[in-house]
Design a binder for this molecule. Sequence first.
Ligand SMILES: CC(C)(COP(=O)(O)OP(=O)(O)OC[C@H]1O[C@@H](n2cnc3c(N)ncnc32)[C@H](O)[C@@H]1OP(=O)(O)O)[C@@H](O)C(=O)NCCC(=O)NCCS
Length: 403
Amino acid sequence: MDSLRPERVPTDALPEFARAVNRHFYEGEGTEDVQPYLDAFATDYRAWWVHHRDRVAANLGVIETEISLTGGARLPVAAITAVGVAQTMRRRGLLTQLMRACLEEAQAQGEPLAALFASESAIYGRYGFGVAAQHRSYDAERLRINFRDPVDVRLVEETTSEAALEAWPALHARLGDEHGAVVGNSPGMWQLTVAADPPSWRDGATARRLVEVPGRGYAHYRIKGAEEALLPSGQVHVGEVFATDPEAYAALWQHLLDIDLTTRIRTWIRPVDDVLPHLVTDPLALHAADGPPLYVRILDLPRVLRERAYTTTGRCVIEVRDPAGPVDGRWHLEVGQETVCEPTTAEPEITLPVDALASVVFATVHPTVLAAARRLTEHRPGAAAALGALMAVDRGPWSPVMF
Ligand SMILES: CC(C)(COP(=O)(O)OP(=O)(O)OC[C@H]1O[C@@H](n2cnc3c(N)ncnc32)[C@H](O)[C@@H]1OP(=O)(O)O)[C@@H](O)C(=O)NCCC(=O)NCCS
Protein backbone atom coordinates (compact mmCIF):
# COMPACT_ATOMS: atom_id res chain seq x y z
CA MET A 1 0.00 0.00 0.00
CA ASP A 2 2.93 2.44 0.56
CA SER A 3 5.00 1.66 -2.50
CA LEU A 4 4.40 4.96 -4.39
CA ARG A 5 3.44 2.77 -7.34
CA PRO A 6 0.10 3.03 -9.17
CA GLU A 7 -2.36 0.31 -8.21
CA ARG A 8 -5.94 -0.49 -9.14
CA VAL A 9 -8.27 0.53 -6.32
CA PRO A 10 -10.02 -2.44 -4.63
CA THR A 11 -13.81 -2.20 -4.85
CA ASP A 12 -14.24 -1.85 -1.08
CA ALA A 13 -11.87 1.15 -1.08
CA LEU A 14 -13.83 3.17 -3.69
CA PRO A 15 -15.35 5.51 -1.03
CA GLU A 16 -11.83 6.44 0.11
CA PHE A 17 -10.85 6.97 -3.55
CA ALA A 18 -13.90 9.18 -4.20
CA ARG A 19 -13.18 11.33 -1.13
CA ALA A 20 -9.57 11.78 -2.29
CA VAL A 21 -10.75 12.82 -5.78
CA ASN A 22 -12.95 15.52 -4.24
CA ARG A 23 -10.22 16.61 -1.80
CA HIS A 24 -7.70 17.08 -4.62
CA PHE A 25 -10.28 19.13 -6.59
CA TYR A 26 -10.99 21.22 -3.47
CA GLU A 27 -14.57 19.93 -3.20
CA GLY A 28 -16.60 18.57 -0.27
CA GLU A 29 -15.74 15.12 1.10
CA GLY A 30 -19.07 14.42 2.84
CA THR A 31 -21.26 11.47 1.90
CA GLU A 32 -23.69 13.62 -0.09
CA ASP A 33 -20.75 14.98 -2.14
CA VAL A 34 -19.18 11.64 -3.05
CA GLN A 35 -22.19 9.27 -3.16
CA PRO A 36 -23.39 10.42 -6.63
CA TYR A 37 -20.01 9.41 -8.08
CA LEU A 38 -20.00 6.07 -6.25
CA ASP A 39 -23.48 5.32 -7.60
CA ALA A 40 -22.65 6.46 -11.12
CA PHE A 41 -19.35 4.63 -11.42
CA ALA A 42 -20.16 1.34 -9.70
CA THR A 43 -19.55 -0.30 -13.11
CA ASP A 44 -17.75 0.55 -16.37
CA TYR A 45 -15.09 2.38 -14.36
CA ARG A 46 -11.44 1.69 -13.59
CA ALA A 47 -10.02 3.47 -10.55
CA TRP A 48 -6.29 3.91 -10.01
CA TRP A 49 -4.39 5.39 -7.11
CA VAL A 50 -1.01 5.78 -5.45
CA HIS A 51 -1.24 5.16 -1.72
CA HIS A 52 1.35 6.59 0.65
CA ARG A 53 1.45 6.31 4.44
CA ASP A 54 -2.21 5.37 4.70
CA ARG A 55 -3.31 8.29 2.58
CA VAL A 56 -4.23 8.64 -1.06
CA ALA A 57 -1.32 10.48 -2.68
CA ALA A 58 -2.70 10.46 -6.24
CA ASN A 59 -5.80 9.27 -8.10
CA LEU A 60 -7.06 8.75 -11.65
CA GLY A 61 -10.24 7.20 -13.03
CA VAL A 62 -11.18 5.75 -16.42
CA ILE A 63 -14.78 5.65 -17.68
CA GLU A 64 -15.25 2.83 -20.20
CA THR A 65 -17.32 4.27 -23.03
CA GLU A 66 -17.12 5.05 -26.76
CA ILE A 67 -16.15 7.92 -29.03
CA SER A 68 -17.47 8.81 -32.48
CA LEU A 69 -15.26 9.15 -35.54
CA THR A 70 -15.99 11.13 -38.68
CA GLY A 71 -18.63 9.21 -40.62
CA GLY A 72 -20.37 7.85 -37.54
CA ALA A 73 -18.21 4.86 -36.52
CA ARG A 74 -17.80 4.37 -32.78
CA LEU A 75 -14.67 3.07 -31.07
CA PRO A 76 -14.04 2.17 -27.43
CA VAL A 77 -12.33 4.98 -25.54
CA ALA A 78 -10.66 5.24 -22.15
CA ALA A 79 -12.29 8.47 -20.89
CA ILE A 80 -9.86 9.68 -18.24
CA THR A 81 -11.24 11.65 -15.32
CA ALA A 82 -10.74 12.31 -11.59
CA VAL A 83 -7.02 13.11 -11.97
CA GLY A 84 -5.54 14.60 -8.81
CA VAL A 85 -2.46 14.56 -6.63
CA ALA A 86 -2.25 15.53 -2.94
CA GLN A 87 -0.85 19.03 -2.46
CA THR A 88 2.14 17.66 -0.52
CA MET A 89 2.94 15.07 -3.23
CA ARG A 90 2.79 17.22 -6.37
CA ARG A 91 5.67 17.46 -8.88
CA ARG A 92 7.18 14.09 -7.95
CA GLY A 93 6.08 12.27 -11.07
CA LEU A 94 2.91 10.63 -9.68
CA LEU A 95 0.66 11.82 -12.49
CA THR A 96 3.24 10.54 -14.99
CA GLN A 97 3.23 7.09 -13.35
CA LEU A 98 -0.57 6.93 -13.19
CA MET A 99 -0.91 8.03 -16.80
CA ARG A 100 1.59 5.42 -17.99
CA ALA A 101 -0.23 2.66 -16.09
CA CYS A 102 -3.67 3.68 -17.34
CA LEU A 103 -2.59 4.03 -20.98
CA GLU A 104 -0.88 0.61 -20.89
CA GLU A 105 -4.08 -0.84 -19.49
CA ALA A 106 -6.19 0.89 -22.15
CA GLN A 107 -4.00 -0.65 -24.87
CA ALA A 108 -4.24 -4.07 -23.26
CA GLN A 109 -8.05 -3.68 -23.11
CA GLY A 110 -8.14 -2.92 -26.85
CA GLU A 111 -9.10 0.75 -26.49
CA PRO A 112 -7.56 2.51 -29.52
CA LEU A 113 -8.10 5.97 -28.02
CA ALA A 114 -7.97 7.74 -24.66
CA ALA A 115 -9.67 11.09 -24.07
CA LEU A 116 -9.88 13.76 -21.37
CA PHE A 117 -10.81 17.33 -20.52
CA ALA A 118 -7.88 19.18 -18.94
CA SER A 119 -7.90 21.63 -16.05
CA GLU A 120 -4.87 23.34 -17.65
CA SER A 121 -3.86 23.09 -21.28
CA ALA A 122 -0.12 22.68 -20.60
CA ILE A 123 -0.38 19.35 -18.77
CA TYR A 124 -1.27 16.54 -21.17
CA GLY A 125 0.62 17.12 -24.44
CA ARG A 126 3.63 15.38 -22.90
CA TYR A 127 1.58 12.17 -22.67
CA GLY A 128 0.57 12.35 -26.35
CA PHE A 129 -2.82 14.06 -25.96
CA GLY A 130 -3.76 16.60 -28.63
CA VAL A 131 -6.84 18.77 -29.16
CA ALA A 132 -9.50 16.66 -30.89
CA ALA A 133 -12.41 19.09 -30.46
CA GLN A 134 -12.22 22.81 -29.97
CA HIS A 135 -15.26 24.38 -28.32
CA ARG A 136 -16.84 27.76 -27.74
CA SER A 137 -18.39 29.25 -24.65
CA TYR A 138 -21.19 31.86 -24.77
CA ASP A 139 -21.99 34.61 -22.29
CA ALA A 140 -25.05 35.77 -24.22
CA GLU A 141 -26.84 39.07 -23.59
CA ARG A 142 -30.38 37.81 -23.32
CA LEU A 143 -32.20 40.97 -24.41
CA ARG A 144 -30.12 41.46 -27.57
CA ILE A 145 -30.68 38.01 -29.07
CA ASN A 146 -33.47 37.83 -31.64
CA PHE A 147 -34.09 35.08 -34.15
CA ARG A 148 -34.24 35.90 -37.88
CA ASP A 149 -37.29 33.69 -38.37
CA PRO A 150 -40.32 33.10 -36.12
CA VAL A 151 -39.69 30.52 -33.38
CA ASP A 152 -42.39 28.30 -31.89
CA VAL A 153 -41.35 28.17 -28.24
CA ARG A 154 -44.54 26.19 -27.42
CA LEU A 155 -42.69 23.11 -28.69
CA VAL A 156 -40.69 23.10 -25.43
CA GLU A 157 -42.00 21.05 -22.49
CA GLU A 158 -40.73 20.47 -18.97
CA THR A 159 -39.68 16.92 -18.16
CA THR A 160 -38.44 14.85 -15.23
CA SER A 161 -35.07 13.19 -14.72
CA GLU A 162 -36.73 9.73 -14.93
CA ALA A 163 -38.28 10.56 -18.32
CA ALA A 164 -35.07 12.23 -19.51
CA LEU A 165 -33.02 9.14 -18.63
CA GLU A 166 -35.41 7.12 -20.80
CA ALA A 167 -35.60 9.42 -23.82
CA TRP A 168 -32.43 11.46 -24.07
CA PRO A 169 -29.70 8.82 -24.59
CA ALA A 170 -31.16 7.88 -28.01
CA LEU A 171 -31.12 11.56 -29.04
CA HIS A 172 -27.58 12.07 -27.76
CA ALA A 173 -26.47 9.01 -29.74
CA ARG A 174 -27.50 10.79 -32.96
CA LEU A 175 -24.95 13.50 -32.24
CA GLY A 176 -22.16 11.03 -32.97
CA ASP A 177 -23.61 10.30 -36.43
CA GLU A 178 -22.93 13.91 -37.39
CA HIS A 179 -19.89 14.94 -35.35
CA GLY A 180 -16.59 13.18 -34.64
CA ALA A 181 -15.12 13.21 -31.10
CA VAL A 182 -18.48 12.80 -29.32
CA VAL A 183 -17.68 10.85 -26.17
CA GLY A 184 -20.77 8.72 -25.54
CA ASN A 185 -22.49 9.18 -22.22
CA SER A 186 -22.17 5.99 -20.19
CA PRO A 187 -25.16 5.23 -17.91
CA GLY A 188 -23.13 6.66 -15.02
CA MET A 189 -22.48 9.89 -16.90
CA TRP A 190 -26.22 10.24 -17.58
CA GLN A 191 -26.88 9.86 -13.85
CA LEU A 192 -24.45 12.67 -13.11
CA THR A 193 -25.61 15.06 -15.84
CA VAL A 194 -29.38 14.58 -15.49
CA ALA A 195 -30.37 12.91 -12.20
CA ALA A 196 -27.87 13.54 -9.38
CA ASP A 197 -28.08 17.09 -8.06
CA PRO A 198 -26.77 17.61 -4.49
CA PRO A 199 -27.03 21.23 -3.24
CA SER A 200 -23.22 21.54 -3.13
CA TRP A 201 -23.14 21.34 -6.96
CA ARG A 202 -25.44 24.35 -7.40
CA ASP A 203 -23.16 27.23 -6.43
CA GLY A 204 -26.13 29.30 -5.25
CA ALA A 205 -28.27 28.50 -8.28
CA THR A 206 -31.53 26.51 -8.52
CA ALA A 207 -31.78 22.74 -8.82
CA ARG A 208 -31.27 21.53 -12.40
CA ARG A 209 -34.26 22.14 -14.73
CA LEU A 210 -34.91 19.79 -17.63
CA VAL A 211 -36.80 20.69 -20.81
CA GLU A 212 -37.25 18.99 -24.15
CA VAL A 213 -38.84 19.10 -27.55
CA PRO A 214 -40.03 15.50 -27.37
CA GLY A 215 -38.09 13.20 -29.68
CA ARG A 216 -36.16 16.15 -31.16
CA GLY A 217 -33.99 17.83 -28.55
CA TYR A 218 -33.34 18.72 -24.94
CA ALA A 219 -31.68 21.23 -22.63
CA HIS A 220 -30.85 21.42 -18.95
CA TYR A 221 -29.91 24.47 -16.92
CA ARG A 222 -29.89 26.24 -13.59
CA ILE A 223 -30.92 29.82 -12.78
CA LYS A 224 -28.86 31.99 -10.48
CA GLY A 225 -30.72 35.05 -9.21
CA ALA A 226 -28.93 38.39 -8.81
CA GLU A 227 -29.70 42.09 -8.63
CA GLU A 228 -27.68 45.13 -9.62
CA ALA A 229 -28.75 48.67 -8.66
CA LEU A 230 -32.30 47.45 -7.97
CA LEU A 231 -32.53 45.80 -11.40
CA PRO A 232 -32.75 42.01 -11.80
CA SER A 233 -29.54 40.60 -13.33
CA GLY A 234 -29.74 36.82 -12.90
CA GLN A 235 -27.86 34.26 -15.00
CA VAL A 236 -28.92 31.07 -16.72
CA HIS A 237 -26.20 28.39 -16.51
CA VAL A 238 -26.84 25.99 -19.37
CA GLY A 239 -25.50 22.44 -19.11
CA GLU A 240 -26.47 21.14 -22.54
CA VAL A 241 -28.63 22.21 -25.47
CA PHE A 242 -28.97 19.79 -28.32
CA ALA A 243 -31.57 19.22 -31.03
CA THR A 244 -31.75 17.17 -34.17
CA ASP A 245 -33.34 19.97 -36.26
CA PRO A 246 -33.07 23.79 -36.38
CA GLU A 247 -36.73 24.38 -35.42
CA ALA A 248 -36.37 22.46 -32.16
CA TYR A 249 -32.93 23.98 -31.55
CA ALA A 250 -34.24 27.54 -31.95
CA ALA A 251 -37.22 26.72 -29.70
CA LEU A 252 -34.92 25.45 -26.92
CA TRP A 253 -32.73 28.55 -27.17
CA GLN A 254 -35.78 30.82 -27.19
CA HIS A 255 -36.95 29.07 -24.01
CA LEU A 256 -33.59 29.86 -22.38
CA LEU A 257 -33.77 33.47 -23.62
CA ASP A 258 -37.30 33.96 -22.23
CA ILE A 259 -36.38 33.42 -18.58
CA ASP A 260 -37.47 36.53 -16.69
CA LEU A 261 -35.23 38.27 -14.13
CA THR A 262 -32.07 37.16 -15.96
CA THR A 263 -29.76 39.08 -18.26
CA ARG A 264 -27.01 36.59 -19.23
CA ILE A 265 -27.06 33.02 -20.55
CA ARG A 266 -23.80 31.14 -19.96
CA THR A 267 -22.77 27.89 -21.57
CA TRP A 268 -19.31 26.36 -22.04
CA ILE A 269 -19.07 23.55 -24.61
CA ARG A 270 -20.69 24.65 -27.87
CA PRO A 271 -19.38 23.35 -31.22
CA VAL A 272 -17.18 25.68 -33.24
CA ASP A 273 -19.60 25.25 -36.18
CA ASP A 274 -22.73 25.84 -34.05
CA VAL A 275 -25.72 26.96 -36.13
CA LEU A 276 -26.99 29.35 -33.41
CA PRO A 277 -24.93 32.38 -34.57
CA HIS A 278 -26.53 31.94 -38.03
CA LEU A 279 -30.06 31.81 -36.63
CA VAL A 280 -29.91 35.16 -34.81
CA THR A 281 -29.67 38.77 -35.99
CA ASP A 282 -26.85 39.89 -33.66
CA PRO A 283 -24.43 36.97 -33.25
CA LEU A 284 -21.81 39.11 -31.47
CA ALA A 285 -24.28 39.43 -28.58
CA LEU A 286 -23.51 35.75 -27.84
CA HIS A 287 -20.05 36.93 -26.68
CA ALA A 288 -18.38 33.73 -27.86
CA ALA A 289 -14.98 32.79 -26.44
CA ASP A 290 -12.86 29.64 -26.17
CA GLY A 291 -14.44 26.71 -24.35
CA PRO A 292 -12.69 23.70 -22.84
CA PRO A 293 -11.28 21.44 -25.58
CA LEU A 294 -11.46 17.64 -25.68
CA TYR A 295 -7.98 16.05 -25.80
CA VAL A 296 -7.39 12.66 -27.39
CA ARG A 297 -4.44 10.25 -27.28
CA ILE A 298 -4.17 7.85 -30.20
CA LEU A 299 -3.11 4.34 -29.11
CA ASP A 300 -3.93 2.27 -32.23
CA LEU A 301 -3.47 4.39 -35.36
CA PRO A 302 -4.32 1.76 -38.03
CA ARG A 303 -7.65 1.00 -36.35
CA VAL A 304 -8.61 4.66 -36.02
CA LEU A 305 -7.70 5.51 -39.62
CA ARG A 306 -9.42 2.39 -41.00
CA GLU A 307 -12.68 3.10 -39.13
CA ARG A 308 -12.78 6.79 -39.98
CA ALA A 309 -14.77 7.89 -43.06
CA TYR A 310 -13.27 9.97 -45.91
CA THR A 311 -14.93 12.04 -48.62
CA THR A 312 -12.07 11.62 -51.09
CA THR A 313 -9.27 9.18 -51.93
CA GLY A 314 -5.52 9.62 -51.51
CA ARG A 315 -2.35 8.40 -49.88
CA CYS A 316 0.34 9.69 -47.55
CA VAL A 317 3.42 8.39 -45.71
CA ILE A 318 3.29 9.87 -42.23
CA GLU A 319 6.14 9.72 -39.73
CA VAL A 320 4.88 9.98 -36.15
CA ARG A 321 7.10 10.92 -33.24
CA ASP A 322 5.80 9.06 -30.18
CA PRO A 323 8.92 8.22 -28.13
CA ALA A 324 8.41 4.86 -26.38
CA GLY A 325 4.75 5.05 -27.42
CA PRO A 326 2.61 2.75 -29.57
CA VAL A 327 2.30 5.08 -32.59
CA ASP A 328 6.00 5.84 -33.09
CA GLY A 329 7.24 5.15 -36.64
CA ARG A 330 6.28 5.53 -40.30
CA TRP A 331 2.81 4.71 -41.54
CA HIS A 332 1.52 4.29 -45.05
CA LEU A 333 -2.09 5.49 -45.33
CA GLU A 334 -3.99 4.61 -48.52
CA VAL A 335 -7.62 5.70 -48.77
CA GLY A 336 -9.48 4.08 -51.67
CA GLN A 337 -12.26 1.50 -51.91
CA GLU A 338 -10.89 0.35 -48.59
CA THR A 339 -8.58 2.15 -46.21
CA VAL A 340 -5.18 0.63 -45.48
CA CYS A 341 -2.85 1.90 -42.77
CA GLU A 342 0.32 -0.10 -42.14
CA PRO A 343 3.92 0.37 -41.01
CA THR A 344 6.36 1.23 -43.79
CA THR A 345 10.04 1.99 -44.35
CA ALA A 346 9.24 4.43 -47.21
CA GLU A 347 10.46 8.03 -47.02
CA PRO A 348 7.93 10.18 -45.12
CA GLU A 349 6.03 13.06 -46.70
CA ILE A 350 5.00 14.43 -43.30
CA THR A 351 6.55 14.24 -39.82
CA LEU A 352 4.62 15.25 -36.71
CA PRO A 353 4.33 14.42 -32.99
CA VAL A 354 1.53 12.12 -31.83
CA ASP A 355 -0.38 14.92 -30.02
CA ALA A 356 -0.58 16.97 -33.24
CA LEU A 357 -1.66 13.82 -35.08
CA ALA A 358 -4.86 13.71 -32.98
CA SER A 359 -5.76 17.20 -34.25
CA VAL A 360 -5.16 16.10 -37.85
CA VAL A 361 -7.15 12.85 -37.57
CA PHE A 362 -10.17 14.59 -35.97
CA ALA A 363 -9.84 17.50 -38.46
CA THR A 364 -9.54 20.01 -35.62
CA VAL A 365 -6.49 21.85 -36.92
CA HIS A 366 -5.50 21.89 -40.61
CA PRO A 367 -2.05 20.37 -41.28
CA THR A 368 -0.95 23.57 -43.07
CA VAL A 369 -1.60 25.50 -39.83
CA LEU A 370 0.45 22.96 -37.89
CA ALA A 371 3.22 23.33 -40.51
CA ALA A 372 3.17 27.12 -40.13
CA ALA A 373 3.45 26.65 -36.35
CA ARG A 374 6.39 24.20 -36.88
CA ARG A 375 4.45 21.41 -35.24
CA LEU A 376 4.48 19.45 -38.52
CA THR A 377 7.28 19.10 -41.09
CA GLU A 378 6.47 18.75 -44.77
CA HIS A 379 9.09 16.77 -46.76
CA ARG A 380 7.28 17.30 -50.07
CA PRO A 381 5.72 20.66 -50.99
CA GLY A 382 1.94 20.38 -50.87
CA ALA A 383 1.92 17.28 -48.62
CA ALA A 384 0.27 19.14 -45.69
CA ALA A 385 -2.46 20.58 -47.92
CA ALA A 386 -3.09 17.13 -49.45
CA LEU A 387 -3.33 15.50 -46.00
CA GLY A 388 -5.76 18.24 -44.93
CA ALA A 389 -7.95 17.54 -47.97
CA LEU A 390 -7.91 13.81 -47.17
CA MET A 391 -8.99 14.43 -43.55
CA ALA A 392 -11.64 17.09 -44.34
CA VAL A 393 -15.04 16.78 -42.62
CA ASP A 394 -18.49 18.33 -43.19
CA ARG A 395 -19.35 18.98 -39.53
CA GLY A 396 -16.53 19.61 -37.08
CA PRO A 397 -15.83 17.58 -33.93
CA TRP A 398 -17.82 18.29 -30.76
CA SER A 399 -17.87 16.59 -27.37
CA PRO A 400 -20.56 18.36 -25.32
CA VAL A 401 -20.43 16.53 -21.98
CA MET A 402 -17.52 17.19 -19.66
CA PHE A 403 -16.31 14.18 -17.67
C1 LIG B 1 -2.07 18.52 -12.35
C2 LIG B 1 -1.58 17.48 -11.35
C3 LIG B 1 -2.45 16.24 -11.46
C4 LIG B 1 -0.13 17.13 -11.72
O1 LIG B 1 0.31 16.03 -10.92
P1 LIG B 1 1.87 15.84 -10.55
O2 LIG B 1 2.01 14.49 -9.90
O3 LIG B 1 2.34 17.02 -9.81
O4 LIG B 1 2.54 15.82 -12.00
P2 LIG B 1 3.97 15.18 -12.32
O5 LIG B 1 4.90 15.39 -11.17
O6 LIG B 1 3.80 13.78 -12.80
O7 LIG B 1 4.37 16.13 -13.52
C5 LIG B 1 4.60 15.68 -14.81
C6 LIG B 1 5.00 16.86 -15.65
O8 LIG B 1 3.89 17.72 -15.82
C7 LIG B 1 4.23 19.05 -15.41
N1 LIG B 1 3.03 19.63 -14.79
C8 LIG B 1 2.36 19.14 -13.75
N2 LIG B 1 1.31 19.93 -13.47
C9 LIG B 1 1.33 20.93 -14.36
C10 LIG B 1 0.51 22.06 -14.56
N3 LIG B 1 -0.53 22.32 -13.78
N4 LIG B 1 0.85 22.89 -15.59
C11 LIG B 1 1.91 22.64 -16.36
N5 LIG B 1 2.72 21.56 -16.21
C12 LIG B 1 2.43 20.74 -15.23
C13 LIG B 1 5.37 18.87 -14.42
O9 LIG B 1 6.14 20.03 -14.31
C14 LIG B 1 6.10 17.72 -15.04
O10 LIG B 1 6.90 18.19 -16.12
P3 LIG B 1 8.25 17.44 -16.61
O11 LIG B 1 7.81 16.09 -17.09
O12 LIG B 1 8.76 18.32 -17.68
O13 LIG B 1 9.10 17.36 -15.39
C15 LIG B 1 -1.62 18.02 -9.90
O14 LIG B 1 -0.87 19.20 -9.83
C16 LIG B 1 -3.02 18.30 -9.36
O15 LIG B 1 -3.61 17.42 -8.74
N6 LIG B 1 -3.59 19.51 -9.59
C17 LIG B 1 -4.93 19.89 -9.10
C18 LIG B 1 -6.06 19.07 -9.75
C19 LIG B 1 -5.95 19.05 -11.26
O16 LIG B 1 -5.72 20.07 -11.90
N7 LIG B 1 -6.10 17.86 -11.86
C20 LIG B 1 -6.02 17.68 -13.29
C21 LIG B 1 -7.41 17.57 -13.81
S1 LIG B 1 -7.45 17.40 -15.54
